[in-house]
Design a protein around this ligand. Structure first.
Ligand code: NAD
Ligand code: DAU
Length: 357
């Protein structure tokens, strides 16, 4: 049978122009030529279509510009395209921004998720065979760990920032649609991602960019905060696996088995940058500056990813040393991407690509 937009399996990926979303879109477009992949993104400051240059002309890919909080638009979109599956990544994702503007986080992360859930429910009206809503969430919903222990899928929610509270709330709404309307859903709660195409306001790309520009490296508080780091391409593989093989109404924790204190991670990053840039030993480390702490800063996150490992056979494919080295190489080889992002030029890409031709 000739496959076209109308008889392929139709998957809506929200937030596909962002950091993780762009990796998920790329993986699905390349791996599933018989699916039609729709990328819905409103293109906030974090959405960058340049992230998807390599797949944007693929026959099984279509970009849809729009806002998940616009209920009329979303309902019409679901009626028009009849999506079989939704992989929902669109969100406001930066903790520091949530401290400055919590309402924006409630709107996008809670209301936006509810509008998508409702549109999906109304579209299929209990005919759930072959349908699935996949909600991509975060380990931050579990709050903060002390020096020991791991987050499991049964750890109680205890969010501390407006960002994590909004994600926790959206997770609860997803579960409630599963219980109340029998909507088939899966949720993953993942740890800190790193890799290519990440907006340079998050720790690793910010510090790479600052080292390149000889700017200080602002470490919050005493730097003894701990995060579990996962290479973004391994997260995309986990999402593919859970979307296809995860059990309905289940949650899976995804993590790198890879805990680092911020200050130790920053020192490794500095060392690698010195080596790759051929700079004298310790020159990047001299840029470290301890600054005022993030309010409500969670001390430690650490994921127990044994469920996804045992049930679905997923594990990270790269070590942190390999992943970090690959990541740095990508930013060093894509300085234009970094320059476009820091200058704001990337925001013209949509007009050039989609409106001026
Ligand atoms: P990101 O900020 O890089 O990308 C978010 C994307 O969503 C952007 O392309 C943005 O334009 C889009 N978006 C925002 N508001 C929208 C709206 N109203 N309508 C349509 N699109 C909108 O985020 P990310 O780091 O790629 O995270 C993606 C998802 O994964 C988020 O749900 C986040 O909570 C979750 N997550 C992130 C991490 C991480 O380490 N980055 C870890 C675990 C979970
Ligand atoms: O744990 C998953 C979460 O990881 C995701 O849900 C979020 O979307 C994602 O942004 C990330 O949140 P963090 O707050 O952990 O990421 P961030 O890169 O902002 O910070 C990582 C750690 O580094 C954190 O302890 C704060 C610290 N930090 C961060 C920045 C930007 C600094 O010390 N200095 C900085 O300039």
């Amino acid at each position: 049978m000739f496959l076209n937009e109308y008889n392929m399996k139709k998957i809506l990926i929200t937030g596909g122009a962002g950091f993780i979303g762009s990796h998920v879109v790329r993986l699905f477009v390349n791996k599933y030529p018989n699916y039609m992949i729709y990328n819905l993104d409103v293109l906030t400051y974090a959405g960058n279509l340049e992230n998807l240059k390599d797949v944007e002309l693929s026959k099984n890919y279509k970009f849809l510009k729009g806002d998940i909080t616009d209920e009329v638009f979303i309902n019409n979109l679901f009626t028009e395209y009849q999506f079989d599956g939704v992989i929902h990544l669109a969100a406001e994702s930066h903790v520091d921004r949530s401290i400055k503007d919590p309402l924006a986080f409630a709107k996008t992360n809670i209301l936006g998720t509810m509008i998508l859930l409702n549109a999906f429910k109304n579209l299929w009206n209990n005919n759930w065979e072959g349908k699935r809503f996949y909600h991509v969430s975060t380990d931050e919903v579990y709050g903060s760990l002390g020096e020991t222990g791991l987050f499991t899928e049964t750890t109680s929610y205890d969010p501390n920032s407006p960002y994590s509270a909004s994600k926790a709330s959206s997770d609860h709404f997803v579960r409630s649609y599963g219980e109340t309307y029998k909507m088939p859903y899966v949720i993953t709660n993942c740890s800190n991602n790193y890799g290519s195409h990440q907006f340079p306001e998050k720790l690793i790309p910010l510090f790479i960019n600052n080292i390149l520009n000889d700017k200080s490296l602002p470490v919050y508080g005493d730097g003894n905060y701990t995060r579990d780091w996962l290479f973004v391409e391994d997260h995309a593989v986990a999402i593919d696996l859970v979307f296809h093989e995860g059990k309905n109404h289940e949650t899976y924790n995804v993590g790198g088995f890879n805990e680092w204190k911020n200050i130790d991670l920053v020192k490794v990053l500095c060392k690698l940058m010195d080596e790759k840039l051929d700079k004298p030993k310790n020159s990047s480390e001299k840029l470290i500056t301890y600054v005022k702490d993030r309010p409500g800063h969670d001390l430690r996150y650490a994921i127990d990813a044994n469920k996804i490992n045992k049930e679905l056979g997923w594990k990270p494919s790269v070590t942190f040393e390999e992943g970090l080295s690959k990541t740095i190489d990508w930013y060093l080889n894509n300085e234009d991407w970094l320059k476009n992002v820091t200058s704001g030029d990337y925001q013209n890409y949509y007009n050039k690509m989609y409106l001026e031709n």
